[in-house]
Design a protein around this ligand. Structure first.
Ligand SMILES: *Cc1c(COP(=O)(O)O)cnc(C)c1O
Length: 405
């Protein structure tokens, strides 16, 4: 190691590192997106139509499902899926407390009770043993959330689903393309629910969502739930919603879907580089890396570390001063949200979710993140932790971790 050119681990405010940079992504696809949007305007066909039908076919092919049904958002996808799966007011649906609000919000919105059970500390995903203990005669669905882009442990959930005849609704909002034992999310349960919120791995130019299933009857019901329960010809067989995917969104998403695998590989490459640099910089005692399970393909919607020893606030403050973006997903577990006080949970009830909420810190992971910026994030962490290593970063980038089924 050269001692003549140590890297200065000091605040370098000349190059702010944004947490996410959608403009950088847009610059790589600007012409394709503009052409597609122009074509859409020329047709003046904005609601459902051919572009949405084509996107549905392409997403079904991508997720290896028989059917895909577009809708207005990931939240709506969850709501429509719960209703189609037969969840009724007063029913219980088991899900994770450590997720974006919509997972439990959707359950509450259909009149059911979110039953929140604790997570596994390494993957941040729903713990199957806790799910099993929470099943009652009123349980009508299990909703695993593939948090941050890595699938939940599914095998035990499949056994519970079969034994108790309870459908699984996947919250795949953060996990398009993620795999569990060689199978894609979207077909790991009865219905898969995806979001096209702009910061998801496949993000639109606004809100959007899609549901996947292999069941033709569920597909038909989801299709009609999004258009006021119309079975065709103003034949309203049930009361549904206005929850359609815009043709403009579908147009943009079809362009972006062609790039999704390359973007996912870029995210995995950045994750591997972080792992290498954080351990080479001697920070592993303070910054715990995300666990990548050997039977899964992690798509890294987020690169979520834990800052141990109660140092998160100080580390965040220092990163902010160094103009390095970072974020906390999620600071308050859902069982402690004010609007769910009615569910009766107390602090301490779900200790792993609470500990995760207190420790997690997500770092910039998007494909377009320049290597120099990624290195600056790790230098910034060193600085924040008061480490003054003069380690020169190794220049090799390891091959992308690709998990066998
Ligand atoms: C983004 C997200 C949703 C909701 O998606 P919207 O399209 O924003 O409605 C649901 N669940 C999880 C885990 C999410 O990350």
């Amino acid at each position: 190691m050269s001692s003549s050119h140590p890297r200065a681990l000091s605040a370098d405010n000349a190059h702010p590192v944004p947490f996410i940079d959608l403009v950088a992504q847009y610059q790589t696809i600007r012409d394709e997106v503009r052409d597609a949007v122009d074509r859409c305007f020329e047709t003046q066909s904005f609601i459902l139509g051919e572009e949405v039908a084509l996107l549905e076919q392409e997403i079904a092919a991508y997720c290896d499902s028989q059917f895909a049904i577009g809708c207005a958002s990931g939240t709506d996808a969850l709501i429509l899926a719960l209703i189609a799966a037969g969840v009724k007011p007063g029913d219980e649906v088991i899900t994770s407390p450590f997720t974006f609000f919509a997972s439990a919000g959707a359950i509450h919105r259909v009149g059911a009770v979110p039953v929140l059970v604790d997570i596994e500390p390494d993957s941040f995903n729903l713990c199957p043993e806790h799910v099993e203990r929470a099943i009652t005669s009123r349980t009508t669905a299990i909703m695993p959330v593939h948090i941050f882009g890595q699938c939940a442990e599914m095998e035990p959930l499949w056994r519970l689903s079969a034994a108790f005849d309870i459908p699984i609704i996947e919250d795949s909002a953060q996990a398009i393309g993620a795999e569990y034992r060689g199978r894609r999310t979207g077909v790991l349960g009865t219905i898969g629910c995806f979001s096209f919120f702009p910061t998801k791995n496949l993000g639109g130019a606004g809100d959007g969502g899609i549901m996947t299933t292999d069941d033709p009857e569920l597909a038909a019901r989801l299709r009609r739930l999004r258009v006021h329960g119309d079975a065709g010809g103003y034949n309203h067989v049930e009361v549904g919603f206005n929850s359609r995917l815009d043709a403009l969104q579908a147009t943009v998403l079809r362009v972006k879907l062609r790039h999704l695998d390359a973007w996912t590989e870029g995210r995995a490459r950045n994750a591997a580089r972080y792992a290498e640099l954080i351990s080479a910089s001697g920070l592993s005692d303070a910054i715990q890396l995300p666990a990548v399970m050997s039977d899964r393909r992690h798509v890294f919607n987020q690169f979520t570390t834990r800052v141990t020893g109660g140092r998160r606030a100080a580390v965040m403050q220092s990163l902010k001063e160094q103009q390095i973006g970072c974020a906390v997903y999620y600071p308050i577990p859902l069982h402690l949200q004010k609007c769910f006080a009615c569910l009766g949970y107390q602090p301490g009830d779900l200790p792993e979710a609470e500990r995760a909420a207190a420790e997690v810190l997500s770092l910039p992971i998007y494909t377009e993140l320049p290597t120099a910026h990624l290195e600056r994030v790790v230098e910034g962490l060193s600085h924040a932790l008061g480490r003054h290593s003069t380690l020169a970063f190794p220049k090799t980038t390891p091959a992308i971790q690709r998990r066998a089924a």
